[in-house]
Design a protein around this ligand. Structure first.
Ligand SMILES: [Fe+2]
Ligand SMILES: [Fe+2]
Length: 140
């Protein structure tokens, strides 16, 4: 089974900064997936980077969505928190040398990042629609 996942145009959320940040998350996810084979002890450090980067990304994203008045902001933020809880749980497992099925974890990360892009795409589409000149125009 393929371990790396490549960002593709259909995962664009139509927002340059968010796309750039998502591409960076793809790279981190791929580093972890490849690191699983080549350097299991390096996975922890990469996981720390992923946690830090996604925390910053989520913060950026939520300030964007909230200030635009996106009505699903609370649910969207809860999805983010769920992911952070899960990867922090996995990080703790690594730290404690508990058994962690890294292959399953790699799969989880790949599925998550795709789902995350799709969910963001919905949010940005809503924002673009609400803030388009037609939507904000006061002309009849
Ligand atoms: Fe998001
Ligand atoms: Fe995102």
């Amino acid at each position: 089974m393929q371990k790396v996942i490549i960002w593709r145009k259909e995962l664009s959320v139509d927002h340059n900064d968010l796309d750039k940040q998502h591409k960076q998350i793809f790279s981190l996810v791929n580093w972890i997936a490849v690191g699983i084979d080549n350097n299991p002890s390096g996975v922890g450090a990469m996981l720390d980077k992923l946690i830090q980067y996604t925390e910053d990304h989520f913060e950026y994203e939520m300030s964007l969505f909230r200030s635009a008045g996106y009505p699903e902001s609370i649910g969207h933020d809860a999805e983010h928190q769920e992911f952070l809880d899960e990867i922090q749980r996995m990080r703790a497992k690594l730290t404690n040398s508990d058994h962690l099925n890294l292959e399953n974890f790699g799969r989880y990360l790949r599925l998550w990042i795709v789902k995350h892009c799709r969910s963001d795409k919905q949010a940005v589409a809503w924002i673009n629609k609400e803030t388009s000149p037609e939507a904000t125009s006061s002309c009849p």
